[in-house]
Design a protein around this ligand. Structure first.
Ligand SMILES: O=C(CO)[C@H](O)[C@H](O)COP(=O)(O)O
Length: 145
């Protein structure tokens, strides 16, 4: 189960991502928004992040115009490591090194084809499990206690 959320700026790209995910066998839980009407990204991004933090969804993908605001919101939820990615290298590295459980993208930054490549890379790259990365992630979790 993948949690998704966007504001109006990310709505159309989110619909494309949902279509891609469902076509590839994923189940999606869309926490909103549900139209192009202007809205506030914090409420939707927080709802998706809380579902991931509680284990109700395995991973989350959040989208606004830049990806910045909604990634800030997601990263304020304890247990969330949300990587803002505009390229597939970052998507690979945020899984391998940061064990990111959420991906943020900016619909005004990445086009739909690149966005779907980023999503595919993010979902199919495992955490490396390297001791140094585990240690660093544990330090992140200590910082937010
Ligand atoms: O990228 C964003 C936050 O980081 C938002 O999508 C953006 O700020 C929305 O702006 P507007 O209401 O002017 O469309």
């Amino acid at each position: 189960m993948i949690a998704l959320a966007s504001d109006h700026g990310g709505y159309e790209l989110k619909q494309k991502v949902i279509g891609y995910l469902e076509a590839n066998g994923y189940t999606c839980h869309d926490f909103g928004c549900y139209s192009l009407e202007s809205c506030d990204y914090p409420e939707f991004g927080r709802a998706a992040a809380e579902a991931v933090a509680k284990g109700e969804c395995e991973k989350g993908i959040v989208i606004c115009t830049t990806g910045i605001g909604i990634s800030i919101v997601a990263n304020k939820v304890p247990g969330i490591r949300c990587g803002l990615c505009a390229d597939t290298y970052s998507a690979k590295m945020t899984r391998e090194h940061n064990d990111a459980n959420m991906l943020a993208m900016g619909a005004g930054i990445v086009g739909p084809n690149l966005a779907l490549s980023i999503v595919e890379t993010f979902l199919n790259t495992p955490f490396s499990g390297d001791e140094k990365h585990v240690r660093r992630i544990n330090k992140i979790e200590e910082e937010v206690k």
